[in-house]
Structures are given as C-alpha cells and as structure tokens.
Ligand binder design. Sequence first.
Ligand code: G3I
Length: 383
Amino acid sequence: MITRREWMKQAARVTAVAAMPGLLDDRALAKTPVDGIQTITGEGSLKAHAAARGLLTGCAVNADLFQNDETFRNQLAEQYNILVPENCLKWNWLRPTAETYSFDDADRLVAFAEAHGIKMRGHNFVWHEALPRWFAGTVNKDNAEKYLVDHIHTVGGRYKGKIHSWDVVNEAIWIQDGRPDGLRTSSAWFEMLGPGYIDLAFHTARETDPSALLTYNDYGIEYDNDEEGKKRAAVLSLLRRMKKDNVPIDALGIQSHIHAASKDGFSKGVRELTKGAKALGIQVFITEMDVKDDGVATNDIGERDKIVADVYRKYLNAALDGPEIKAVLTWGVTDKNTWLNNGTKFRKEHPDRPQRPLPFDADYAPTPAFFAMRESFDKAKKR
Ligand code: G3I
C-alpha cells in the first residue's frame, strides 16, 4: 500500500524529471508538461487555481476506481473541490429491484467528499437511459408518477443538505423527435407522464432538498452550427418556460463532450447559453468536459495531446470569459478510465489508439490538457 507521503514524493519526482527532457523517451516526453518545471499539487493544483477565481473544479468519479485505487482517491483530494458520481447515483445502479435501493457506492463517495471538504453534485434523478432491467415491466402510466416522486424523495432525502447541485433532469431535449418545443419523446418518462414529468421532478426535488441547486443538464449545445443552435434554442426556451411557470430551477449544465477534429467553433454558442441563463437568473456549470480526438490525423501522442490541450484552452477561455460559469468538471480524471475508450464500437474501430481526453494520463501524470485548464482558470474573470 503506497502511503500519501510516498505518493507525494512520486508526484514530485514526476515533476522534477520533467525538467530534464534529455532523460525521457518519446512517450515520457509526451508526459512532460509543456512548460517544464511546475508543481501540480498544493498551490499548483487545479482546485487552487480555480478557487483563486471563485470557481469550482471537479470530475466524474468511477465507483470501481474509487473503491480499488488509492492513487485515484489521492488525486481527487489533491486536485478537486467538487465531485460527481459517474454512475452510482443513476437508477440502474441504485435500484437493483423495484423495492430496494443500493447506496453503498454513493454513501462511500459522499462520505469521502465530506471528510475532505469537497462539494458533491448529484447525477441524475430523471434520464431516459440507465434505467434498471425491471423498470419497463413494472413502471407504467398509472404508477410512474409515484415511482418518480418516491425515488427523488428517497435518494434526495438521503443526501439532503450534502449535495451542492442535482442534475434533476438529464437530456430531455431531442430535436429529431420533431416536437415544436424540441422535447425528447423517445423517453420512458415522456411516454408515461407526458411533458409534465420535467416540472414534477423539479418541484419534487425542491421540496426534498431546498439547499441543492436544481440543474437541467444536456449535451450537443456547445458548437456554432445549425443543429446545435436549434438544440440550444430549445434548451433556453425550456428554461424560460419553467421560469415563467415558477418551476424551481437554479442552474444549467453544459456537458461539453468536445471533439478535437470538429471544424465548428464554440465561442458564440457557449456565450449564447451563458448570457441566456444569466438573463433568467440561473447559474451555469460545465458538467462533463472531455475532448476526444478520433478523426485527428496524427497518431503522434505528443501532437495529439497538444491538439487536445488547445481545444481545452479555446473552449474554457470562451466559456469563462463571462462570470456566469461557476464550476468546471471533467467526465473522469485519467485516460485509463474514460467512457470514450470503454465503448465496444470505439474499441473495434480504434483498438490501438486509445483516447487521451482528460487532464491526467493512465499513470496519473498531468497531460498538456491539465496545464491548459489551469491557464484558463488563471485567465478567467473572478466569479
Ligand atoms: O459495472 C458494470 C460491469 O459490472 C459490467 O460487467 C459491465 C458490462 O455490462 O457494465 C458495467 O456497467 C457499465 C457502467 O457504465 C460502468 O462502466 C454500464 O454497462 C454502462 O452502461 C455504463 O455507461 C455509463 C453511461 O453513462 C450510461 O449510464 C458510462 O460509464 C458513463 O460515462 C456515461 O455517462 C454519461 C452521463 O451520465 C450523461 N452524459 C453522457 C455521459 C457519457 O455517455
């Protein structure tokens, strides 16, 4: 078992070595922070640089890594001031049967965060995915409202006062389903409860935990192109309608799964969202950032990392140019565990080219994306 002190020495060694490029092979060079000597802990950590601008910074936590990898847990405590569970607060993880709940993984993570003075995000109360196998055969039009309300009361009630912000509803907009308001109809919740499930969920969440910031979370709203422009407009009109109807909502989550190979920009799109949210008096969080680079021509790791870092820098500089965004979370920490490499389709297409979409590589060494994030935090307006 590696002790904290040994872990810190190892981190310092990694940093010190980075100062002597001649000693490193190509792969190791790829690990070299682009500008040489830098501490990445304490004052050099992501959370220290973010906090200096009034920002929260965090990541999605994979329950298995959290359970079995002490270096992973050390990294969480060292680098972040807010965490979100990647999966263990979803219906399929929490609800092994219709009558029972399994809170072990979530309890452990919430306790860890409390012990380290780290805030927690909840993800998510209502989503058309990650529903348990028993759901379709058990939940129907007659009992769906009861299941939804009971779930939010039970899960939200268990962590009452311990959650900074809940993703109450996730990904409820899908323009392709053809509704004028853009609502996703290809959702069990919409099929059983109609569009009213969204307001029901937010009202129930507010009565359950009045201290949590209630968030609507979505993706595909970042880029300056027609398709994402339409989805952005639908998300903003949903938020406006909710505010008009006094539905309790406090924040918008922009997932920010970004593609390095995309030719589209994102500064206009993100500014539209943050300005639109500000006009409604709601906060904005970047909730699930990662930068995938399949489609980027080169296979050279140093070049790929530089391209990914440039996208982090451009996106965060655009997003943090205004004061609206209060938190920046990445969807994972280390390249050794990212949903982007887990998909069977991806593995088949790119067996020898795993993604490197996150601020730390598989050995927990900082990637150029780490330094790009830190620089963007330093450049950000104080919130
Ligand atoms: O843990 C089980 C393992 O025991 C089993 O052997 C394996 C094979 O079926 O499945 C494992 O569970 C998988 C879980 O990830 C943990 O790896 C689930 O099948 C798989 O569906 C689940 O995928 C998650 C996905 O959401 C669906 O819930 C991804 O990890 C997670 O990164 C992804 O996150 C979503 C956000 O919630 C919403 N926004 C997009 C984002 C990426 O898709």
